[in-house]
Write a protein that binds this ligand. Structure first.
Ligand code: 4AD
Ligand code: MG
Length: 487
């Protein structure tokens, strides 16, 4: 591949490595991973985040002063001017023969916490400000970016409009009461009403506000005018869940479509995640190959039954190219009731009756043990799902659907929406949601209502699947979880 290199401007390492312009002079800048001294020559491995591979810089004795060589240590940042050459060593085709090195930022080797060895993910979480400098996190964040682009590409090609929904809202879309309050009331001396309660009418927005848990309700307003829209924004949930699949701040993609029923909704969800998976396989090959090897190495230290049934790459390939299994909640309960772990009381939550909420252990059993493929469960009991879901003919189930993935469980939750005004009001009253607070939402049902559907994909849960990372805290640059808001 012919890549333009420049004598004065910086060339990215990926472009140098892909270049065949031997003997050209380039300037590269980046962070030192390792330095290796050998007779009369020093080898530096450096990386600038543009690609997982390091660039080998060769420094011949005498070409760079001792003073500079001393500052060339793991973690330091350097600018190298040198000649692109065909590498003599194995492991790389191209290297740079240094003519001049400038140290842009030193890194005291006694204090720099990242050493050229494998660190534990737990340790790296404690230094989340430096972990992007590791191979693993470089790969993850490049894949994260590629997936963002793939999301926008998928919907743009289908004519969906991207809508920005508010981050500060006065509603709790999921009605689960797990919101973070947004206020600028003086917490030492809050204004109080006659009843002694805090008077939020005196707060900044004249009412009690919180960080959004979902952009769905506003997304519905947009869909009932623009037909097909999607949101892609942060969601905040004050669930006190310290699990490997929960964040207090996560990103969600929420498409909302007028004129779609539940089946159209499931079709779109399946097509969407398959598109993302295939995009990753096509555009992130090197990073995925690295993470695949990483997951394999990790498995070597695990008991046979805890190992992945397929390699990371195999599971991506499988999900990208096989139909998901679709079953009703009622069928799922029958399978679970009669399953071995239920009969042998190995589930933490035993399934006894229709109406039980499914836990991640049940979801994973269905996906990993029973069907061995992604599963979409639809038509859930009304009383374990949110108020806005459309009631089915039977009166006890709603047109909900969850997409369940191996290793994770639920990655998508969605439904056909209750578009019938009276039914929706009834449901809100039953579930204790104040009709007055959501007058604007109800207006869409009053004026030109239409059948419509949508879903939410948890972006980080999906990234866990694509990268093979077991803990959701390792697929977002700066995780927010109970007790953790550093960086
Ligand atoms: O199932 P949920 O709660 O659905 C909604 O929020 C709907 N308003 C979506 C819609 O229909 N427009 O959340 C959707 C997805 C989940 O399936 C999960 O992947 C992710 O969001 N999610 C979380 N991800 C990380 N941390 C958390 N605490 C999450 N809660 C939900
Ligand atoms: Mg859900």
């Amino acid at each position: 591949m012919l890549v333009k290199v420049s004598k004065s401007k910086r060339t990215r390492i990926i472009d140098v490595l892909n270049s065949d312009q031997f003997e050209s002079t380039v300037v590269v800048k980046g962070w030192i991973r390792t330095k290796r001294d050998s007779k009369n020559v020093v080898f530096i491995a450096m990386n600038d985040g543009s690609v997982i591979r390091n660039l080998q810089v060769v420094v011949d004795a005498g070409s760079v002063s001792e003073e500079i060589l001393d500052k060339i240590t793991t973690g330091a940042c350097i600018s190298v001017t040198g000649k692109i050459t065909a590498s003599q060593g194995k492991g790389q085709a191209v290297e740079v023969l240094a003519q001049e090195i400038e140290v842009l930022g030193e890194a005291d080797p006694e204090k720099f916490p990242l050493q050229p060895k494998r660190h534990s993910l737990e340790f790296l979480r404690e230094i989340a400000h430096l972990r992007p400098r590791t191979n693993t996190f470089g790969a993850i964040f490049r894949i994260r970016h590629a997936m963002i682009i793939a999301v926008h590409q998928f919907f743009t090609e289908k004519g969906f409009l991207n809508v920005h929904t508010p981050i500060i809202t006065a509603s709790d879309a999921e009605g689960a009461g797990e919101t973070f309050v947004v206020t600028n009331i003086d917490l030492e001396k809050p204004p109080r009403g006659d009843d002694g309660q805090i008077d939020y009418s005196k707060d900044f927005f004249g009412k009690k506000t919180n960080l959004t848990v979902s952009g769905q309700l506003e997304g519905e307003l947009a869909a009932l005018a623009l037909s097909e829209i999607y949101t892609f924004g942060p969601s905040f949930r004050a669930e006190n869940s310290n699990t490997s699949r929960h964040l207090s701040e996560f990103w969600m993609i929420e498409p909302e479509m007028a004129f779609y029923d539940l089946e159209d909704n499931m079709d779109l969800a399946e097509e969407f995640v398959k598109h993302l998976v295939k995009y990753a396989m096509e555009h992130c090959r090197e990073d995925l190959a690295f993470l695949n090897k990483r997951a394999e190495d990790e498995d070597k230290n695990k008991k046979q039954e805890d190992r992945r049934p397929m390699s990371l790459l195999e599971s991506l390939e499988f999900v990208g190219n096989h139909d998901f299994k679709r079953i009703s909640y009622t069928e799922a309960i029958e399978i679970l009731k009669n399953s071995k772990p239920n009969k042998k009381k190995r589930f933490q939550f035993l399934i006894e009756d229709w109406g039980a909420d499914l836990q991640s252990e049940h979801e994973r059993y269905l996906v990993e043990k029973h069907f061995k493929k992604p599963v979409i469960i639809y038509n859930y009991p009304a009383n374990i799902k949110a108020f806005y879901m459309r009631v089915n003919e039977d009166g006890k189930t709603v047109a909900a659907m969850d997409v369940l993935f191996p290793g994770i469980g639920e990655i998508i939750g969605g439904s056909q929406r209750e578009e019938r005004y009276t039914r929706l009001v009834e449901k809100m009253e039953k579930t204790g949601i104040h009709v007055d607070d959501l007058q604007w939402y109800l207006d869409t049902r009053k004026f030109g209502t239409a059948p419509h559907s949508g879903f939410g994909l948890g972006f980080e849960r999906f990234l866990q699947f694509v990268t093979g990372m077991n803990n959701i805290r390792d697929v977002i640059p700066f995780p927010r979880t109970p007790g953790n808001a550093e960086f």
